[in-house]
Design a protein around this ligand. Structure first.
Ligand code: GZL
Length: 312
């Protein structure tokens, strides 16, 4: 419609020509690669000059990149903080340089006045939704769970663990027998799951694997198959992100549940920045994205096809 066309035109104008630095963690997962491609597309659509820095999972590289953006005098900085702590100094430097900072998809343990807004999911809710699915699926049968944690010290790893534990509390038949970080990657998820299987009688004692992201779940699925067991039936698989490959696994009967995480954090971030730079409008401090459960009942092939076109 004309209104939509005008809105999109005005949106493009607001940030046209703005220089925005983006300190991205890396490309540890399919979800993160999608977040990067969606962010670059959003920036191009809005005429933003995006300065992109990949930190290869290292906080010191993120801090260096942010200092570089400050020295360049960018109009704004976006950062996906790999871990929650250690940001106070560099965020204070950005504040002193009067450059607004927006956090994407992870949080920081730092004073809230050091960033304009944080665009992320409710990660405790994601863990709770995953746990509630398992409670409903298992009923009162005994169920030994193994957990593949995200990056140590990251807010998703801390929060998703907390949410899952809240959901299974009071259901003594469901216990977390082993829990270790797979650092959000397929290869580490596979390697850690191989260790869990060896330690649990070839996997015979394991009822379910809860992975903090789909990439580690896909790695775990491979380890389960290598051990001669059936993922999705012998060992239930529940994870978070809703990337295309988890829907492919569901369509093959090898995964049971995922909690959606949109890769489009940049859209809300740019909208908030646009209003702030235009007239100082302060956005919500926390912009929370949706967390929807998907199971094989939700047309996994269709979900795969849809997401394949979304920048994954
Ligand atoms: C969560 C995000 C996580 C994804 C993983 O908001 O930070 O990081 O769930 C990614 O896939 O590695």
């Amino acid at each position: 419609s004309l209104a939509t066309a005008l809105t999109s035109v005005s949106l493009a104008q607001d940030l046209q020509g703005k220089v925005i630095g983006f300190s991205q963690i890396g490309s540890e997962s399919g979800w993160r690669a999608a977040e990067t491609s969606v962010t670059k597309q959003q920036a191009a659509d809005r005429g933003i000059d995006l300065k992109f820095a990949d930190a290869q999972q290292k906080q010191e590289n993120q801090i260096k990149a942010i200092r570089g953006f400050i020295a360049q005098g960018v109009d704004a900085i976006m950062v996906a903080p790999v871990v929650a702590t250690g940001w106070d100094d560099v965020l204070t430097e950005a504040k002193e340089a009067e450059i607004p900072v927006i956090l994407l998809d992870r949080g920081v343990d730092a004073p809230e006045d050091l960033y304009l807004t944080s665009v992320a999911s409710d990660q405790v809710k994601e863990g709770r939704v995953a746990g509630e699915w398992l409670v409903a699926e298992i009923g009162d049968a005994d169920c030994k769970v193994v957990e593949l944690q995200g990056t140590v010290g990251s807010t998703p790893a801390i929060n998703r663990k907390q949410g899952f534990e809240e959901a299974i509390a009071g259901h003594d038949n469901i216990t977390i027998a082993r829990s270790q970080t797979g650092d959000f990657t397929r290869s580490k998820g596979k390697e850690v799951m191989e260790g869990f299987i060896k330690a649990e009688n070839g996997g015979a004692y394991i009822c379910a694997v809860y992975a903090h992201n789909d990439d580690m779940a896909v790695g775990a699925i491979q380890a389960i198959k290598d051990a001669g067991l059936k993922p999705g039936t012998d060992i239930k698989v529940v994870s978070i992100d809703a990337v295309p490959d988890i829907f492919a696994a569901m369509a093959a009967g090898e995964a049971n549940a995922t909690v959606e995480l949109t890769p489009n954090m940049a859209g809300p971030a740019f909208d908030a920045l646009s209003a702030y730079l235009a007239d100082g409008t302060a956005p919500e401090k926390f912009i929370i994205t949706e967390s929807k459960l998907y199971t094989p009942a939700d047309n996994p092939q269709g979900e795969y096809d849809t997401r394949k076109g979304l920048g994954y």
